[in-house]
Design a protein around this ligand. Sequence first.
Ligand SMILES: Nc1nc2c(c(=O)[nH]1)N[C@H]1C(S)=C(S)[C@@H](COP(=O)(O)OP(=O)(O)OC[C@H]3O[C@@H](n4cnc5c(=O)[nH]c(N)nc54)[C@H](O)[C@@H]3O)O[C@H]1N2
Ligand SMILES: Nc1nc2c(c(=O)[nH]1)N[C@H]1C(S)=C(S)[C@@H](COP(=O)(O)OP(=O)(O)OC[C@H]3O[C@@H](n4cnc5c(=O)[nH]c(N)nc54)[C@H](O)[C@@H]3O)O[C@H]1N2
Ligand SMILES: [Mo]
Length: 810
Amino acid sequence: MTTERVPAGRIADPWGRRTPFGRGGSWPARVDHHLAGDAGSNDVDRWVQTASNLHSNGDAMELAVRNGRLVGVRGMARDRVNRGRLDPKDLYGWQAIGSPDRLTSPLIRKDGSLREADWDSAMTRVTERTHALLDGPGPSSIGFYTSGQLFLEEYYALAVLARGGLGTKHLDGNTRLCTATAGEALKESFGCDGQPGSYTDIDHADTIALFGHNMAETQGVLWSRVLDRLAGPEPPVLLCVDPRPGPVSDAATVHLQPKPGTNLALMNGLLHEVIANGCIDQSYIEAHVAGFDRLEQQVTLFPAEAAAAATGVPAEQIRTAARLLGQAERLLSTVLQGFYQSHQATAAAVQVNNLHLIRGMLGRPGCGVLQMNGQPTAQNTRECGADGDLPGFRNWANPRHVEELARVWNVPADRIPHDGPPTHVMQMIRLAEEGSLRMLWISGTNPAVSLPELERVRAVLGQERLFLVVQDLFPTETTELADVVLPAAGWGEKNGTFTNADRTVHLSLQAVEPPGEARPDLDVFLDFARRMDLRDGSDAPLLPWHGPEEVFEAWKACSRGRPCDYSGLSYALLRERGGIQWPCTSGHPDGTERLYTRGDFRSRPEDCETYGRDLLTGNPLDEEAYRSLNPDGKAVLRTAPYVPPPEQPDAEYPLWLITGRTLYQFHTRTRTGRVPELRSAAPDMWIELSEPDAAEAGIGEGDLAEVATRRGTVRARVRITGIREGVVFLPFHYGYWDAPEAAGHHRAANELTPTSWDPASKQPLFKTGAARITLVARTSGPASAPTTTASRPEPGPDAKDDHTTATGPS
Ligand SMILES: Nc1nc2c(c(=O)[nH]1)N[C@H]1C(S)=C(S)[C@@H](COP(=O)(O)OP(=O)(O)OC[C@H]3O[C@@H](n4cnc5c(=O)[nH]c(N)nc54)[C@H](O)[C@@H]3O)O[C@H]1N2
Ligand SMILES: Nc1nc2c(c(=O)[nH]1)N[C@H]1C(S)=C(S)[C@@H](COP(=O)(O)OP(=O)(O)OC[C@H]3O[C@@H](n4cnc5c(=O)[nH]c(N)nc54)[C@H](O)[C@@H]3O)O[C@H]1N2
Ligand SMILES: [Mo]
């Protein structure tokens, strides 16, 4: 094991030094750490266990505490996920906690402005309004919109409170914007949510395919694992599917750059070639898979030439990629927002599952699908039923599942709303716009920057008739619109658990006191339940718990026997052993590395989490339809006809607009924007444009330009990159809290995105739309976009030596 001291150097060198290893070997440990100023390890009073919370990788780490304050972090070598490594956001991001502008007391709107108040007044305001609405229009006038960044215990308490207590079905998470498609794709193919694969599949794979996943920037430590395989003996070959070049495509053998929103056509083309080449596992299909004929028929329309015509990827490249996928003996695929934030998101994402199913590549080392998560605790939002689903991956359309849940909660089954599909957040915004939703309680998300079509979102959230409660760490663009603001304690300030993208559960412990009167979200939810006097069927308190560990024990009981079974876990075990993968039971006390190792899917009609949906229209299938698709509980090859994106470039808006991330910032930057190293690595909004498109518009590197769509406009400086011609990319991180000069609303990418979603998963389309760009003013010098990442200037990798710093000179 080696130890690496990492000062600001890791901004310029995001993945650190290589520790190569060969196929089937074990990933060497490398402990990364960063301590503030000139502090050394001897200056640390104690180290407190947690895992990173600025992505879904679940990198195990410890927080360094000195004199009651955080002074640094180090990775944990023992942990299966990261073997000690940390990425730049992990190394520097913790500093945001100590930021001087945290919310420290509740705020109540009075005469138009937010004023400081005590907790009792704020909670009284909330409960009075809740009572009035329950007595008037009833529970469906109340909605909750939560996060992928709280802890498991907090989501479970919220789900019990909303579904079993108040009886509203309007409860969703920002996971809707994030991993709703991951969940839906897993359910459609395997009958149930839950990643089949494991991060250790990277260690064994001979082929790794990344579908719309910029892993180098968004799961930096996982990417280090890939880089270490590439640097070792028997390296894997890589396939990258992304319209932008970047660190992933640099490392790839094949890079496909489809037109945005054409993923389904591309996947159909790849599957067509794989089947035509005879690269299928007939005996696996016969034993474990339903629907092969349907799939074969769907892809007949997509020989390589047809797929090329639809996607703009040359047919020869499609054939090459298909050979690579068809010849793999151990194939690992990952899928993320390039697929999930499009109009046929679920239909495209399930084709990756289909590829693995027809090739029999599941449940063995090196053979896995990671329908990735994004946020650190998104998996828990889904498991606990704080998004659209019922807790424990239970099927709302199966009366026996609802009854079972009612028994766990000791409430009458008819109190748990289950008369139709759960409400997704875009629907809640619509209900609030129409006036039937009268109270919305937002926790741990910043929709005034992260939802599409911001002008509309601001208007809806800012309405007088909507009572808006916002619970956050910081003042945000959303707290500004609130009637009541509740100051939350965050990561490092409270205890809880959370689960990463490969089902690894970590314990996260309190290291420091929250500032002022800030309280853990769990305390707030439990306080609300007590004040509302929510009771179960025996007239006992419905949420009788006093702290996170008691809630965790209750969750274990709720999850017992379900696919996400936590019953063998405990705080003590997680403290002692670090990350453990669910299901973890008395029969599998060490957790479970891979699911479906014997083709044993959780898809029997009695057991499955959903009866599925028509992937083209999104209409739910009923039990009968599901039984006819999948009578014996196999995996199902789901299909849908390809349709082109709803909004396409035309004469007025000739470019494709896509949006996404950079390595150095997290979402709306409430945290990373307050950290000096990260802030200066990517200080301001930019626009990525190809050289030919820039020439056409008369725009040069660094010039100020305006991007317009049918929804709005954004102004920023232009970075000329190797992005696919005809495509413009904007990072979505930059809102208004630190940019008063942009208060005219011309900065956030979501000013431009449409109110539109994938019919099956209801995930919004952040990556398809039509735009135009015009020059506003010439400026000198390059844009301040990072140069170590996909936003590096053209001509890209060969010019690396000229751009060794993270940001260009400004
Ligand atoms: N640094 C950093 N890391 C993060 C986060 C962060 O904010 N910052 N957020 C976390 C979260 S919540 C999430 S969800 C993940 C997201 O992680 P990713 O999905 O990797 O990130 P994105 O940048 O949103 O999108 C990935 C890529 O999709 C490509 N793309 C756009 N349109 C298309 C298309 O039509 N087809 C294909 N094939 N590709 C397309 C984009 O060019 C982009 O490079 O990252 C997590 N990690
Ligand atoms: N155009 C475009 N839009 C996108 C995307 C895109 O790629 N393009 N990606 C989408 C995706 S994948 C995601 S995940 C969303 C993210 O969108 P958001 O969830 O809106 O982004 P964040 O900035 O992470 O907001 C989280 C908020 O929770 C607060 N917070 C953090 N920890 C805690 C806690 O413990 N308790 C409480 N109460 N608050 C806490 C933070 O301060 C912050 O204000 O954006 C989506 N929007
Ligand atoms: Mo996300």
